[in-house]
Ligand binder design. Sequence first.
Ligand code: CU
Length: 160
Amino acid sequence: MSFACSRRAAIGAAISLVLAAPARAQEVAAGPLRISAAWSRAMRAGGTGAGFMTIRNTGSEADRIVAARSPAARAVELHTHIREGDVMRMRPVPAIELPAGQEVRLAPGGLHLMLIGLGAALERGGRVPVTLVFERAGEVTVELHVESAGARGPAQGHGH
Ligand SMILES: [Cu+2]
């Protein structure tokens, strides 16, 4: 087998690990909303952390995240990424839309939560509580599972 072939096989294995993770992660309900695979990345104290998750709206009416907060951060902002030429930049948004019957993924390179002014370091393996404020479904607190600083998705093994 050539080097290129074995490399491709390794990448394929890594992708299937990532895809397998959400189904095993804890799910939190807020009205018709189902929140799963909530995770973050390791970050030093005083730095800016990120929050990622999958939110499924099983209801027949649209909802939206209008705010978020965490005891771990001075402020939590709702962000998206926009392309400016060849560069992707983050930009705050007033709300994250959750259309009826659809799944919205907060993920690296797209929509995410920004945890500004971390009071303590986010350590790999730790958990960070974040309260999400929805326009219709009210408030719910989820725990972000802290992965490594360079993680591209939630790890396996968070099942309860
Ligand atoms: Cu951001």
